[in-house]
Design a protein around this ligand. Structure first.
Ligand code: ADP
Ligand code: MG
Length: 413
């Protein structure tokens, strides 16, 4: 009896906790049509976005402005709308908590709220990490269990990429590499073939040895394997697929584009698969830290791939989210870069803590900016509450300040 009583009471409490309020009884949003993302802070109106393959969304704000959490607002709802999701540059493994049950915490829901009829939900994810970054976790500590290390195979890179990795230090080496690989496709290569090619192409022993040791160095870096082991893109049907890049920093500045190569590769192959009908869209691509991997003025592999995807991807079913603290450092109309990523944006979300240069660059890409009314924008940014977003609809030439909803999935960051 005693036990029964105790359980009855607990049961009662559980029941009370889950008595649905009116909001929960509302029908859920039709996510395939439009996703709710926030509320207008002036009118209280629910703001929903209908996202097309042509849309490029810029989420721009300094550190701590809530970019990652806001990305999850989009990702969790687009997931429910049947979108495939590829996060191309998760530098802090921010997406590791996506599948935490039961989804967004009560605290986050209380803070930010859901749209009527919405329910929190864990989202299945698969996180892949370039093997050379995975090796960077200290030996004595266990590696994050949610990560799957992987390397590229020869068939996943171009001979161009491979030549780049070999990083020849003299013209003679460069010529030898060009000669030995001319007419070959990367998929025909293996380490064994490469060593043989060097041997067959050059009689100069010193030169051969130099190139052989470059090949050996690449082989030891665990970037390219003879055979491909895991293909992240094969998981897109059932999971949000994430290129996890924790430990990226020391490689970024090593002068070799190892991290960029993985980013470019995953984007390029996804685009090819969509083009060839091997993958069905729409596929949302997320690029975080865009000012690093899609930096203006740089000719990095990842930047070129991102530019191509931004322009061509519209036809292949690829909507995109670019997120950065420094929009003035991604290709825009104010810099010397011939590409213009900021100009391709259809929706901009600007945080109140952006530097003035950065929000100016963003606003100049719209019809809304007029240098004579600079003070008006300054006042607006100053009046915006923390974590709110200035949402600009470029085609409509409208703007409003919104308070973001909670993501449906967990966000512990
Ligand atoms: N709308 C919000 N309301 C309250 N806290 C938020 C909101 N958005 C983000 N945060 C919190 O602020 C911190 C920074 O958010 P995060 O999304 O990681 O920012 P960023 O990616 O811009 O650095 C996190 O602790 C996050 O949970
Ligand atoms: Mg972040």
């Amino acid at each position: 009896m005693y036990r029964y009583g105790k359980f009855a009471k607990a049961g009662d409490q559980t029941h009370q906790r889950y008595v649905p309020d009116e909001k929960d009884l509302a029908p859920p949003p039709d996510y395939e049509k439009a996703i709710p993302i926030g509320t207008d802070i002036n009118t209280g109106e629910l703001v929903s976005l209908s996202i097309s393959n042509k849309d490029r969304i810029g989420i721009f704000g300094n550190t701590g402005s809530g970019k990652t959490r806001f990305i999850k607002v989009f990702v969790s709802r687009l997931w429910k709308g049947g979108y495939k999701i590829l996060h191309c540059s998760d530098v802090k493994n921010d997406f590791q908590d996506l599948d935490n049950r039961p989804g967004a915490s009560k605290k986050i829901i209380e803070q930010s709220g859901f749209a009527p009829g919405e329910k929190r939900q864990p989202i299945p994810k698969e996180m892949f990490m370039p093997r050379f970054l995975y090796h960077e976790y200290p030996e004595h500590r266990s590696k994050p269990s949610y990560l799957t290390p992987y390397a590229l195979g020869f068939r996943d890179v171009s001979t161009e990429d491979f030549r780049y990795l070999l990083n020849p230090s003299s013209t003679a080496q460069e010529n030898l590499i060009t000669n030995m690989m001319s007419g070959l496709k990367a998929e025909q290569l293996s380490y064994q073939t490469l060593y043989e090619l060097v041997h067959d192409t050059s009689n100069n022993q010193q030169l051969s040895q130099a190139v052989e040791s470059s090949i050996e160095a690449v082989q030891n870096q665990s970037i390219i394997n003879d055979t491909y082991r895991k293909d992240p893109l094969e998981y897109l049907d059932d999971n949000v697929v994430v290129l996890a890049l924790e430990n990226w920093e020391r490689y970024k500045y090593s002068g070799k584009e190892r991290v960029e190569m993985f980013i470019a590769n995953v984007m390029r192959r996804a685009r090819e698969q969509l083009r060839d009908g091997d993958l069905e869209g729409p596929l949302l691509m997320v690029i975080d830290e865009a000012h690093v991997f899609v930096k203006n003025g740089a000719d990095s592999i990842s930047k070129q791939e991102a530019v191509d995807t931004t322009v061509l991807g519209r036809g292949y079913g690829i909507p995109m989210i670019y997120s950065t603290q420094k929009p003035s450092q991604i290709p825009n109309s104010d810099d010397k870069d011939t590409d213009n990523i900021v100009g391709e944006m259809s929706y901009l979300f600007l945080a109140p803590n952006l530097d003035e240069d950065d929000w100016k660059t963003a606003l100049r890409a719209t019809n809304l900016y007029n240098p004579n009314r600079l003070q008006k924008w300054r006042d607006l940014f100053q009046s915006m509450p923390e974590f709110s977003w200035l949402m600009v609809d470029k085609a409509a030439s409208t703007y409003r300040v919104i308070d973001p909803l909670a993501p449906l999935c967990a966000h512990t960051g």
